[in-house]
Design a protein around this ligand. Structure first.
Ligand code: AMP
Length: 398
């Protein structure tokens, strides 16, 4: 595998897939720039070499029937320019319009341009080969640095790579993600503890299944707890529950037991009489939730139990908050787990955090520097763990 470190891109037209799919507030201001920041080292290397940098990115989920102002990458351009200290050529015109082609042709060595949202084209998500061939004709080589989009079998993440059999590379961000995830999956020290939270069990069933094969301990938190508790015939009041997943929850608990994996559920929970930060709240045993009250966070005893398991682990994977951490009064469990992950890392454990909300949580508590590795991918990271690779990774390697 050739690293971009071994290549000088001077004079080359480099098609690079980046992930600029950052969250914006209602004034179109970026609220979390980490994906842009993580892309910078590769872009800067290409500029320093004197490459002609043609960036492709997506933004949100447009209908794919052409241009839509709400999903334009325009609000991102100024920010990327500021971060690079350099002009980024951009037009809202669609690919293959003469204006775009003229822009590409007039790129000088070290210049950068950004193509408009690649998902404005229905061919992108279909992996359309003819479309890929037309884009490939615009460049001399291809780099994928969009880990968070690499679980998609799309033109810009996969199909394009096939047109550059000898000139396709991972960018630094991809290299970093793949190296760390390979370490997590192939050379993990034991005990291996997975901490899985978040709202719904339905979105995490596959990952829970595959983590049973890899972990020694699985600690469950978040809204999905209550589907598990209901599967154990416990009363859960008005807590979040997915009734159609109860059988799955039972099966997961049975599989864990059969494989000797310790799957832990909260022993106590913080409950509220409304879904609001200023609701009345109290901590009760996990089998004693009154009707009309809902579980909002793991309780203190559970935090202590989970902290103890985490502190004894050599490898920790964390995805999904332990409670409704966006509300101060229900953020304690998530914070306790985050602190334990940071403390275990100080003691020598290898810790990986992925998934939008757990990453947001670790930054909220200012612990980002105290974990081994924060992945830029949520869905992509989970799929890598399930499959051991991703379509966008295979497209470069195979
Ligand atoms: P996910 O995107 O599936 O990782 O879920 C993250 C969301 O789960 C966050 O917005 C949390 O507020 C939410 N969440 C965590 N615990 C609970 C709970 N007990 N009840 C309802 N929502 C929760």
């Amino acid at each position: 595998m050739t690293s971009i470190n071994d290549i000088n891109f001077k004079g080359k037209k480099v098609l690079i897939r980046v992930d600029f799919n950052v969250p914006l507030d209602k004034n179109k201001q970026i609220t979390d720039d980490s994906r842009i920041v993580e892309s910078l080292p590769t872009i800067k290397k290409l500029i320093a070499d004197g490459g002609k940098v043609i960036m492709m990115a997506h933004f949100g989920r447009p209908k794919q029937g052409g241009f839509e102002e709400d999903y334009s990458l325009k609000p991102i351009v100024g920010y990327v320019e500021k971060m690079l200290g350099k002009k980024v050529a951009f037009t809202q015109k669609l690919l293959f319009d003469n204006e775009v082609l003229d822009m590409i042709n007039s790129l000088q060595d070290g210049d950068v341009m950004l193509l408009e949202n690649i998902r404005f084209y229905p061919q992108e998500t279909k992996g359309d080969v003819d479309f890929a061939e037309k884009i490939a004709a615009l460049g001399d080589c291809y780099i994928n640095d969009a880990f968070a989009a690499s679980h998609r079998n799309h033109v810009s993440t996969c199909t394009l790579a096939h047109f550059f059999p000898n000139h396709r590379y991972f960018g630094y961000l991809m290299e970093h993600e793949v190296t760390n995830l390979q370490r997590l999956m192939r050379n993990a020290g034991r005990p291996f503890t997975s901490v899985i939270g978040g709202a719904k069990i339905s979105s995490k069933i596959n990952i829970l299944e595959s983590l049973i094969d890899k972990s020694d301990n699985i600690l469950i938190g978040g809204g999905m707890v209550f589907t598990f508790l209901k599967a154990q015939q416990k009363t859960i009041g008005s807590s979040l529950c997915e009734d159609d997943c109860i059988e799955e929850a039972k099966r997961i608990m049975e599989k864990a037991k059969a494989k000797n994996v310790s799957l832990l559920l909260p022993v106590d929970v913080v409950i509220a009489d409304r879904f609001a930060n200023d609701a009345n709240r109290k901590t009760v045993s996990a089998d004693d939730i009154p009707s009309d009250w809902m579980g909002m966070d793991i309780g203190e005893k559970t935090s202590a139990l989970y902290q103890d398991v985490i502190m004894k682990s050599q490898t920790i994977l964390w995805n999904g908050p332990m409670g409704v951490f966006e509300m101060d009064n229900f953020a304690t469990g998530t914070k306790n787990v985050a602190l334990a992950v940071a403390d275990a890392t100080d003691k020598g454990a290898f810790s990986t955090i992925g998934g939008g909300d757990s990453v947001a949580a670790i930054h909220l508590f200012n612990l980002g520097e105290r974990v081994s590795y924060v992945s830029t991918g949520g869905g992509a990271m989970l799929e890598y763990i399930e499959q051991g690779t991703l379509p966008g990774i295979d497209a470069i390697l195979k």
